[in-house]
Design a protein around this ligand. Structure first.
Ligand SMILES: CC(C)(COP(=O)(O)OP(=O)(O)OC[C@H]1O[C@@H](n2cnc3c(N)ncnc32)[C@H](O)[C@@H]1OP(=O)(O)O)[C@@H](O)C(=O)NCCC(=O)NCCS
Length: 178
């Protein structure tokens, strides 16, 4: 059943579903494998950084959709350092899962590793955290099922996600344009 109530955690007016549902992290966790092609390279012959970011955003959105059952808009991206270059023929492996759910928003973590064709070694390329807002058919934020972290790693990510959310809320308040 859907009803309109005032959200108690800061967002304006999320539509709430009366339920007590929860889904495991494993339910929506996914992997995506992508081989670097000529069109992905910059003038120096290494992977253009925007390309994995573009893929990661769409990949994370699919995970958010799978978990929530709603179309989700990207609200926030916490990026980081590119730890290694990638070259033509390298294989990028995207690993993503839901770290935490609040009311209408959820954080999906994406880790990208690169596998070189000449070895089976995986190197960390990049990690990012995508915050999505689940929206109903009128683009109103809508409540999402909670996530149930099961493994030690999932529980660590769950805990750390709250710290990141606190930081985002504190340091990204709306400013009036002059
Ligand atoms: C998504 C959108 C409709 C949400 O509208 P809004 O007015 O910001 O909605 P609310 O204020 O109700 O906030 C929605 C959620 O975002 C969270 N949120 C808002 N600002 C936040 C911030 N700085 N950091 C973390 N979470 C934040 C709120 O806490 C709320 O989550 P919760 O319900 O889990 O608590 C609107 O922000 C939008 O259209 N953004 C653009 C999205 C887009 O186009 N993305 C693609 C990029 S080009």
């Amino acid at each position: 059943m859907l009803m309109d109530v005032h959200n108690t955690t800061g967002s304006k007016q999320a539509r709430y579903i009366q339920h007590s549902c929860g889904k495991t992290v494993a339910y929506s966790a996914q992997e995506l494998v992508y081989r670097v092609t000529l069109g992905n390279l910059n003038a120096k012959g290494t992977l253009y950084g925007g390309h994995p970011l573009f893929i990661a955003d769409g990949f994370a959105a699919e995970i958010a959709l799978r978990h929530s059952g709603f179309g989700c808009d990207t609200l926030f991206v916490d990026g980081g350092k590119f730890w290694a270059p990638a070259y033509l023929g390298d294989v990028l492996i995207f690993k993503g899962s839901v770290n935490r759910v609040w009311d209408s928003s959820l954080e999906v973590g994406v880790r990208i590793v690169v596998r070189r064709p000449e070895s089976d070694q995986e190197e960390h390329l990049f990690s990012a955290y995508f915050t999505f807002v689940a929206l109903d058919e009128n683009r109103k934020p809508i409540q999402v099922c909670t996530v149930i972290p099961e493994t030690k790693e999932e529980k660590r990510r769950f805990k750390e996600a709250q710290r990141r959310r606190n930081y985002r809320l504190k340091h990204n308040k709306k400013k009036a344009y002059t």
